[in-house]
Write a protein that binds this ligand. Structure first.
Ligand SMILES: NC(=O)c1ccc[n+]([C@@H]2O[C@H](COP(=O)([O-])OP(=O)(O)OC[C@H]3O[C@@H](n4cnc5c(N)ncnc54)[C@H](OP(=O)(O)O)[C@@H]3O)[C@@H](O)[C@H]2O)c1
Length: 310
């Protein structure tokens, strides 16, 4: 079993591998495939798994627990994160105390464990009452059911609002981010200019998370648009793929490795969440932990995507 490079998650003392494995698509595998996939992840040192109560309507957490043959000794070697706050059953977001507590109970049951390492609030609830979130987090922490807390898809003011009542540090913010979906990075250097590039869609979330040591977890690191497809080897992005292939050849790795290495090169110390269910691609993602792009390579890829520098 290999060890992957690790870093602290947010301000916590929890050491996590720099690449996280997303389980959203694990319901596309049969039992034997899921066992092989989870085993290969652990062999590569990727023992941080990202879940959500809604993935596969709950099936993804169950499939994962079965695939890993969950037991107390297996559990010790895993870092498990899940999310709650989206309710497809009634088409609402829900950060009420009752929903958060009930959701965690369901997650723990499906994952066959008695604690989560990290719980994230999945998507901002327009009707959020920070006191209710605080009460839920206090109960989950004091009962030992959740060790660390964070958010997903939240901008700085939403995090500040929560922090008015929530006492636990918020250690992670999971956000959509890939080479082709990097406005949180590019808007930072167009400040105040009269062009589309200057449009800030996230309230400065990148710098906010750096300032407050909140780990950004990029989701969909290989997708363009909103699940429109994968940009690698895609004829829609000829220049980008030429550049990525050139950088990959220079480092003797695959284009998949470079796509993750590009995110890891950012000094915010991000923890990308991969979605592949292909073992070779997962291993290539993990390899990115050992690849450091030069400043020229990193900017070269940024510009080859179609971004300009002012
Ligand atoms: N917080 C949120 O709101 C949120 C939203 C969405 C996702 N997530 C999390 O983020 C994780 C990743 O999301 P995602 O699955 O959309 O991410 P992704 O890694 O960008 O996409 C993975 C998909 O792309 C395919 N793919 C094709 N070529 C690939 C290549 N060269 N390298 C990698 N993948 C390739 C994969 O197929 P193969 O399996 O055949 O490789 C898989 O279907 C999820 O599992 C979930 O944990 C969070």
């Amino acid at each position: 079993m290999e060890q992957m490079r690790t870093q602290k998650l947010g301000t916590s003392t929890l050491d996590v591998p720099v690449v996280a494995v997303g389980a959203m698509r694990i319901d596309s595998l049969d039992k034997a495939q899921a066992e092989r996939f989870v085993g290969a992840a652990l062999d590569a040192g990727a023992n941080f798994f990202d879940h959500a109560d809604i993935y596969g309507g709950g099936r993804c957490e169950e499939i994962f627990a079965d695939a890993v043959h969950m037991s107390s000794s297996v559990r010790e070697g895993l870092i498990l994160q899940s999310k709650c706050g989206i309710r497809p059953d009634v088409t609402t977001f829900d950060f009420s105390k009752e929903h958060i507590l009930a959701s965690v109970d369901g997650i723990l049951k499906r994952l066959k464990t008695d604690y989560l390492d990290v719980l994230l609030l999945h998507r901002p609830d327009a009707l959020v009452e920070p006191q209710e979130v605080a009460a839920a987090f206090d109960e989950l922490e004091s009962s030992g059911r959740v060790r660390h807390f964070g958010v997903s898809n939240q901008h700085p003011r939403q995090i500040e609002l929560l922090k008015r009542d929530v006492m636990q540090p918020l250690v992670a913010n999971q956000l959509q981010l890939s080479i082709t979906n990097a406005t949180m990075i590019t808007s930072g250097y167009y400040v105040n200019m009269e062009n589309e590039g200057a449009v800030n869609r996230d309230g400065g979330v990148l710098d906010y998370c750096r300032l407050h040591d909140i780990t950004i977890q990029p989701w969909s690191p290989f997708q363009f648009g909103f699940f429109e497809g994968v940009f690698l080897d895609n004829p829609k992005f000829p220049e980008l793929n030429r550049k990525i292939d050139e950088v990959a050849a220079a480092h003797g790795v695959s284009n998949t490795t470079i796509a993750i290495a590009w995110l890891l090169r950012h000094p915010a110390k991000m923890q990308p969440v991969t979605g592949t269910m292909n073992i070779q691609r997962l291993q290539d993602c993990c390899k990115a932990a050992e690849v450091t792009l030069s400043r020229e390579e990193w900017y070269g890829i940024l510009v080859a995507t179609g971004n300009t520098l002012p």
